[in-house]
Design a protein around this ligand. Structure first.
Ligand SMILES: [Fe+2]
Length: 311
């Protein structure tokens, strides 16, 4: 027993109304109290007002009280900050200032999406005398929040905190560049990258398939082409198709489909996690990684925001 699901995240941003309007375009459902969700999994993103964009909390589901107690004991052993609030264990990474909130929650089976008809392939036409379903599909809300990438001024320490205190598992990493970790069967739920200041680099919504990614991203880009950041492409690490757009607060929103599922840790370690090199970090195919994906355009604003907090 252990952790089993990403429940959500909380951010603060200078203009919550602007972000709410964008989420409306994306098709998310608003709960009227600053919370937003896709069609599966309920409210998963919580938005509050703050002086600069900031990731506050990451909520994670655990199987039982023993899982929480184990994390609290590890925090004590390793000298990490932890607190209890209404049965929820708060574990704060000192390097990102993100609080991971662990709570006991039921395991959840995501509603299954029917498999699409197979694509026509050379010499193997599966679909005859008809258009593909993907061309007549419509933009529609994504399913659920799948993962996020957090920028940390100390990648190694934040990674160790996630693995050794919170209880995430390592899926893939390139030392000093990126660490992909999971608290569910998704290849990654939280990935970490190095950053001069803590930041929410991107967060990602799961779509049914590649056409769902394409239709929904296209809708947002037709409304405002300046939202384009990176895509369309396919990642090597995680295998997912991706398309990254800008949200009005400055974080990137990814729409993705077809991510690797890991439900047998040993099988992944021995067979699934094949070796890779630096050339695989960005993607398997697609456009080159844009500079702003590594150095965000609002970096000076974030530095000033964090500086004001420390001052
Ligand atoms: Fe991603």
């Amino acid at each position: 027993m252990g952790l089993h699901r990403l429940l959500g995240l909380s951010v603060s941003v200078p203009d919550p109304e602007g972000l709410a309007a964008y989420y409306g375009e994306l098709g998310l459902t608003a709960d009227g109290a600053g919370g937003f969700g896709g069609t599966d999994g309920g409210t998963q993103v919580h938005v509050a007002e703050g002086p600069f964009r900031r990731l506050l909390h990451v909520d994670v589901a655990a199987d039982d009280e023993a899982t929480l107690a184990g994390a609290a004991a590890r925090a004590t052993d390793l000298g990490a900050t932890h607190a209890w609030q209404d049965g929820v264990l708060h574990l704060t990474d000192p390097h990102t200032q993100v609080t991971f909130r662990l709570q006991v929650a039921e395991r959840w089976n995501q509603p299954a999406v029917a498999a699409p008809a197979r694509d026509n392939r050379p010499g193997s036409p599966e679909r005859r005398n008809a258009r593909a379903a993907g061309v007549t599909a419509q933009p529609r809300p994504p399913r659920r929040l799948g993962h996020m990438v957090i920028g940390s001024p100390n990648l190694a320490a934040s990674r160790d905190f996630l693995l050794q205190v919170v209880g995430f598992k390592m899926s893939d990493q390139m030392e000093g560049i990126i660490a992909f970790t999971r608290c569910s069967t998704d290849h990654h739920n939280v990935a970490l990258v190095e950053s001069p200041v803590p930041l929410l680099q991107h967060y990602s919504w799961e779509c049914d398939d590649v056409d769902h990614v394409g239709h929904t991203a296209t809708k947002l880009l037709r409304a405002d082409p300046e939202r384009q950041v990176w895509g369309f492409g396919r990642h090597f690490l995680g295998s997912n198709y991706y398309w990254y757009l800008r949200d009005p607060a400055g974080s990137f929103v990814e729409l993705y489909s077809d991510m690797d599922v890991i439900d047998d840790d040993e099988e992944w370690e021995t067979h699934g996690a094949s070796t890779f090199g630096p050339e695989h970090i960005a993607n398997a195919w697609g456009p080159n990684l844009p500079l702003e994906f590594i150095i965000p355009n609002d970096l000076e604003v974030l530095k000033a925001g964090w500086g004001a907090m420390e001052g």
